[in-house]
Design a binder for this molecule. Structure first.
Ligand code: ADP
Ligand code: ADP
Length: 233
């Protein structure tokens, strides 16, 4: 089990021009992701959500502060190791021009490992897809799936390989309201007790996450459980 800690992180995408102060994309952000907990990062466009995920994945270098995994600075880990520890799900999951079965089997981190590939039989694949709330036919052509199904496929693909930390970047972003609501409900159901960082710009439906962190202009402006942050109408 992994604990991921973000400590007073400052990230600036480009240096401030001489004589001018510019706002960093992240300006002193701290959070802790302990085993089995789910934290949601909520904030408007430009708040720094993508930058935070990029820092977790070691894709940007912080100006100060650090990200640690069980106490070790991610800068001391290989990039591939960090990305294996933290598996992500983005707004635009990719799909190969083949069946759902092959999409699930060929896309894991150890896809080259024949033993693992054989071990992942149809029953297990079907089970994972079903847990995401989708009664799919594994032989179905991946090209025919809808946006919501595509996210479920990507979720099953991520969970199948049991990542220590799951990073979810606006998984419902490209979907219509109703499909988004259903996806988020199923997603929160299937990720229960998994160490998860969920990035979203919607507070709606986040009642079950352990902590909601509101990010605005690179700073944490509020944090707590959903019912502590949202006034009941
Ligand atoms: P989102 O808010 O949905 O993450 P954005 O439109 O903010 O999407 O960003 C899309 C991509 O463009 C991200 O990879 C982000 O890092 C990058 N990006 C955002 N703003 C800038 C910018 N001012 N200059 C260069 N790249 C940017
Ligand atoms: P969010 O994901 O919440 O929309 P981002 O992390 O994409 O926010 O952006 C935070 C700030 O950093 C914004 O001002 C954005 O324009 C800027 N930014 C993001 N990515 C880049 C980049 N690659 N280069 C320059 N500026 C960027």
């Amino acid at each position: 089990p992994l604990t991921v800690e973000v400590e007073d992180l400052v990230v600036r995408h480009s240096p401030a021009p001489a004589g001018r102060e510019t706002r960093p994309a992240l300006d002193g952000v701290s959070l802790r992701l302990t085993p089995g907990r789910r934290v949601a990062i909520v904030g408007p466009s430009g708040a720094g959500k993508s930058t935070l995920l990029a820092a977790l994945m070691r894709l940007v270098e912080p100006e100060s502060g650090r990200v640690t995994v069980n106490g070790a600075d991610v800068r001391d880990l290989a990039g591939d190791d960090v990305r294996t520890l933290m598996t992500g799900l983005t707004q635009d999951p990719y799909i190969f021009r083949t069946t759902l079965r092959d999409n699930l089997r060929l896309a894991g981190p150890d896809a080259g490992d024949e033993r693992l590939r054989r071990a992942v039989d149809d029953a297990r694949l079907g089970d994972w897809v079903e847990r995401t709330g989708w009664d799919a036919e594994l032989g179905e052509d991946g090209r025919t799936v809808s946006g919501g199904q595509l996210q479920r496929l990507a979720l099953a693909r991520a969970l199948l390989y049991d990542p220590p930390v799951l990073l979810l970047d606006e998984p419902a972003e490209a979907l219509d309201e109703e499909t988004a609501d259903r996806l988020m409900a199923d997603l929160l159901d299937v990720t229960r007790d998994r160490t998860t960082l969920l990035v979203t710009h919607r507070l709606k439906g986040l009642e079950s996450v352990d902590e909601v962190v509101v990010l605005e202009e690179g700073r944490v402006t509020q944090r707590g459980r959903h019912d502590e942050l949202v006034a009941v109408p």
